[in-house]
Write a new protein. Sequence first.
Length: 112
Amino acid sequence: MWTKVFSGFGYWDVYSWIIFFFIASGLILWIRSIGRSDYKKGTEQDEIFYGANAVPEDGSEIEVPASSAYWGFVEALKGYYEKLSEMHSGLTNDYVGYIVVVAAVLVVLVLL
């Protein structure tokens, strides 16, 4: 059996990949084993955290708007989003123009 595989980009040692996957699997199992052992399925630990409120029985009532779900992310990048909002016109022609300009810049950078 082959011990090395020629891929066109060099030699790949099959045994080193097998050893890597065994080490990675062992590391994953070790990290999983140091988790909390006091978890009990079917208790309050399984309940959805709904802002310290009682969870509604009907699932359709559980709605979290995107502005709430991503509030911290948007708040951290507020300056960036304000500039993007100014650029936002809603016209497809503008967005296609942005894509063409970015593609042109990338082509120039690649060809240099």
